[in-house]
Design a protein around this ligand. Structure first.
Ligand code: ZN
Length: 422
């Protein structure tokens, strides 16, 4: 992957030599014939690799036409990588163990290590990591070592759909060691196809000489017949998670209904965001070019001149609230024991309290309750109350007098608050 380095990058220089310099063809001592320069990210900073390449000095030896690279090069980074193994493993671990999204990984790499990678580069590294991980997971020798001291195993099979609309991925897991054994996407999950997977699990267990003491699944027909055929004497239990989910179905239906009701009530986020952005832009334009409406039109694309810092951060807080609420409304996580609707109600209540604290703080500070538009806005009445001109003017007047983001909560910008009080 080609990578564009900033001109002022400070590289650590690592020089690598071929350790075994005997020509593989004739045994003669090889000579340095060329250098390969590589630049890559490591967790310790940018590195410039200088690899001294060797070949056989004898023109008639087959070892003359080929070059040998330093043995250690591949232990630092594979060919064409812009990152070392340490960064590669860091990315893979964040993805596979912590389930971080690519943008999240991208921003952490930048913040913690000043490593700037594009999202498709990260996606590519993750893909390679997964291939290596799968190969490692299925390595029979590693598996045997892992299960050496385990007397009996418990297997489970389930169909998952990692992405909506994709074919179902059938996963066989071993539960005592909490280990995914293998997974396969079956386009048509016929009883025969499913039984083939169960037979494969049997092969694995047999090859490790392990007794399967129990099978667990959601007991869909293909699982029941397949397991009965391959493991006639092994008990097959209902997965308690699926069992609970089935029991909880009516609860979740009511919960889903409640969610719809809440979503119906909390509306108009986009309108609020647009109004805030517009207000920012109008402010920028009035600052830069007076009240000329034509000038306003030209700056609507982006804030060319930033408005006063106080108004700016207050708008940022409003936008943050909008983002948080959107996240809450789109959150579908939580099973029957933590129904998503209850979680949504909790989270919305927290937002309401947070906004109320802002308003209380503002009243206490300025004795000017001039920004009561938030709760209205958040319950969808923004269009009726509207960001009236006088209101935005009074806001900017206040902010000019005291450059303090009065709408911020203590936790949001403690420094800004403290500095204004002193
Ligand atoms: Zn040779």
């Amino acid at each position: 992957m080609p990578y564009k380095w900033p001109a002022d990058t400070d590289f650590a220089l690592w020089e690598l030599d071929v350790l075994d310099r005997a020509c593989p063809a004739c045994g003669r001592m090889m000579h340095i014939c060329d250098h390969r320069y590589r630049r890559l990210h490591t967790l310790e900073g940018p590195v410039q690799l200088v690899c001294r390449l060797n070949h056989c000095p004898d023109r008639h030896c087959p070892g003359h036409a080929t070059t040998k690279s330093p043995e250690l090069e591949a232990t630092i980074a594979l060919p064409n990588w812009a990152i070392g193994w340490d960064v590669f493993c860091w990315i893979g671990h964040r993805r596979c163990s912590r389930h971080m999204s690519i943008p999240h990984i991208q921003s952490e790499l930048l913040d913690d290590y000043a490593i700037k990678l594009s999202d498709d580069a990260i996606a590519k590294y993750i893909q390679r990591y997964q291939v290596m991980l799968a190969a490692r997971q299925q390595d029979p020798e590693a598996l045997r070592r892992h299960y050496e001291s385990v007397p009996e195993i418990v297997l489970s099979i389930d169909g998952l759909q990692p992405e909506k609309g994709h074919e179902t991925l059938y996963v066989v897991r071993e539960l005592t060691q909490k280990r995914v054994w293998f997974a396969e996407a079956l386009i048509s999950a016929t009883a025969d196809e499913v039984q083939r997977l169960i037979a494969q699990a049997k092969e694995w267990a047999t090859s490790m000489s392990k007794t399967v003491s129990l099978w667990i699944s959601d007991k869909q027909d293909a699982f029941v017949t397949g397991i009965a055929a391959e493991f006639p004497d092994v008990p097959h239990r209902y997965c308690d998670n699926h069992f609970l989910r089935d029991l909880a179905k009516p609860v979740l239906e009511a919960d889903s209904h409640a969610k719809v009701q809440m979503r119906r009530k909390v509306r108009g986020l986009r309108k609020i965001e647009q109004a805030v952005l517009k207000r920012q832009n109008v402010k920028a334009s009035t600052k830069g070019a007076g009240d000329d409406p034509a000038a306003t039109m030209t700056v609507l694309v982006g804030p060319a001149n930033s408005p006063s810092p106080a108004a700016d951060s207050a708008s940022a807080v409003v936008l943050d609230y909008c983002a948080a609420i959107r996240g809450i409304l789109n959150d579908d996580q939580g099973g029957p024991l933590h129904p998503p609707g209850l979680r949504m109600a909790d989270a919305l209540e927290q937002v309401r309290e947070s906004i109320q604290r802002n308003l209380d703080a503002k009243k206490g500070d300025s004795q000017k309750p001039n920004s009561a538009d938030w709760p209205d806005a958040l319950t969808g009445d923004w269009s009726t109350s509207g960001p009236s001109k006088s209101q935005s003017e009074s806001t900017s007047r206040t902010s000019r007098r005291s450059p303090r983001p009065s709408n911020l909560e203590e936790g949001v910008a403690p420094t800004a608050k403290r500095s204004s009080r002193s």
